[in-house]
Design a protein around this ligand. Structure first.
Ligand SMILES: Cc1cc2nc3c(=O)[nH]c(=O)nc-3n(C[C@H](O)[C@H](O)[C@H](O)COP(=O)(O)OP(=O)(O)OC[C@H]3O[C@@H](n4cnc5c(N)ncnc54)[C@H](O)[C@@H]3O)c2cc1C
Length: 395
């Protein structure tokens, strides 16, 4: 039987972030993933390291503040992986978001960024509108430019996991957690890898299994009630259209949601959607309806392309799922804060779900506080706030 202070289930950005933070704090960490590191939600996101301008519409000020501060950290400490990008918001006569509202929102964004240089924005002069090549200008009444950042989510997550490994964390891929049983003051985490059962004895367990988090909670012995969460899938289409050097923040003409058009390795990425799903399959796939929705929005703004033409330009599609709190709001309006749940009968097991790629370090630090309460402090290996990230070495 293997032995650890903490076993982390799931090697997405949250599990990898906790592994990095807990290893830096001196704990013996084992992380298991049923697949490969960073192959689920954390490589199927919109790849933005952003404050989340649209979250101001639902008054998620704390989330935006934390996200902007994490954006600053990552721009300074993960230079190979996170780069600032200009964002443009075109406003049309028909847009729901009016120029004054965007001006107010962007001013608040600037304030919440601590008047950071990447919090600055401007209303673009009409003469410059043509710099957004190909976009429909008819009916356009304003154009705003602000800053956020873009990453390669797969590389970022892999880099965080490698950093954890360098500080002593043991990481096992293709290792499926099948049972988490309370034994006295500890837990025995049962895993299965290539037909072999491996048991790990640990004081604490972190469930960071993303969309499969509810399944992991069902593996707890003694049993616990189901988590109050819902899954909402989000898809992207990658189009064979040369990339621009900026990101467009577009209002969907169908339902007023915000959809991004982004450069991605020389091509154009469009996303995302929101479709409720009942339970997590092994892999999520973009549906025909979602592909149609995204292509129609692109064709609405770039009239030189017909919907049929765009369909023939699709290089690939991908899909991931958000874990959102279960409530009556429409998914677009639900909180994007990370949810942390500790069951009364399992005080040494924490479930961390949802949240943002951008704020993974915030979640990792909150989980560390929880760990320290249970295990006491250890001799620090590194200062988590000073760890720089570089592109991961190829495996
Ligand atoms: C469409 C979409 C767009 C997004 N865009 C952005 C964005 O632009 N910016 C941003 O900041 N955030 C964004 N997010 C949010 C962000 O991507 C997620 O919050 C984050 O990736 C979730 O990471 P995770 O570690 O919780 O889950 P995951 O990355 O899904 O990791 C969970 C891991 O658990 C493993 N696992 C599951 N079951 C088991 C088991 N039985 N045993 C062992 N391992 C198991 C899985 O294999 C997986 O690797 C987006 C989310 C979605 C869905």
């Amino acid at each position: 039987m293997k032995d650890a202070d903490v076993v982390i289930i799931g090697g997405g950005i949250l599990g990898s972030g906790v592994a990095q933070c807990a290893s830096a704090a001196g704990y013996r960490v084992i992380l298991v993933d049923k697949n490969k590191i960073a192959k689920a939600t954390s490589s199927n996101s919109s790849k933005l390291i952003h404050g989340g301008l649209r979250y101001l519409e639902t008054a998620q000020l704390k989330l935006v503040y934390e996200s902007l501060s994490e954006r600053s950290f990552l721009l300074a400490n993960a230079k190979d992986l996170v780069r600032p990008v200009k964002f443009y918001i075109p406003v049309y006569q028909s847009s729901q978001r009016k120029p004054w509202q965007l001006f107010a929102g962007l001013s608040l964004y600037y304030l919440l960024s601590g008047f950071n240089r990447y919090g600055q924005f401007r209303r673009v002069n009409r003469k410059e509108w043509a710099t957004i090549t190909g976009i429909r200008q008819e009916g356009m009444i304003a154009l705003f430019q602000y800053w956020d950042a873009q990453t390669d989510d797969y590389l970022l997550t892999s880099s965080v996991a490698q950093s954890a490994q360098e500080m002593g964390a043991e990481i096992y891929e293709n290792c499926n957690c099948t049972k988490i049983e309370k034994k006295g003051e500890s837990y025995v985490v049962e895993t299965e890898s290539k037909g072999e059962i491996v048991k790990i004895n640990a004081k604490c367990v972190v469930n960071a299994a993303g969309p499969w988090g509810t399944e992991i909670a069902k593996k707890l012995v003694p049993r616990v009630p189901d988590l109050e969460v819902e899954l909402v899938a989000g898809s992207h289409v990658l189009l064979d259209i040369s990339a621009s050097d900026h990101i467009l923040y577009l209002e969907s003409h169908q339902d007023t949601r915000v959809v991004f058009v982004m450069p991605w390795y020389g091509k154009t990425l469009v996303g995302t959607t929101e479709s409720a799903v009942k339970e997590a399959p092994d892999t999520f796939k973009a549906s025909e309806n979602e592909i149609q929705y995204l292509c129609e929005i692109y064709a609405h703004y770039f009239e030189q392309y017909s919907y049929q033409e765009l369909k023939s330009l699709i290089i690939r599609t991908f899909c991931g799922a958000r874990v959102l709190p279960k409530n009556s709001f429409n998914p677009y309006k639900r909180s994007r804060e990370t949810m942390m749940k500790v069951y009364p009968e399992h005080q040494n097991v924490v479930t961390i779900l949802g949240g943002k790629l951008t704020t993974y370090r915030v979640t990792a630090k909150q989980t560390l506080v929880w760990l320290e309460k249970r295990l006491g402090k250890r001799t620090q290996v590194a200062d988590f706030d000073k760890i720089a990230l570089t592109k991961p070495k190829a495996n």
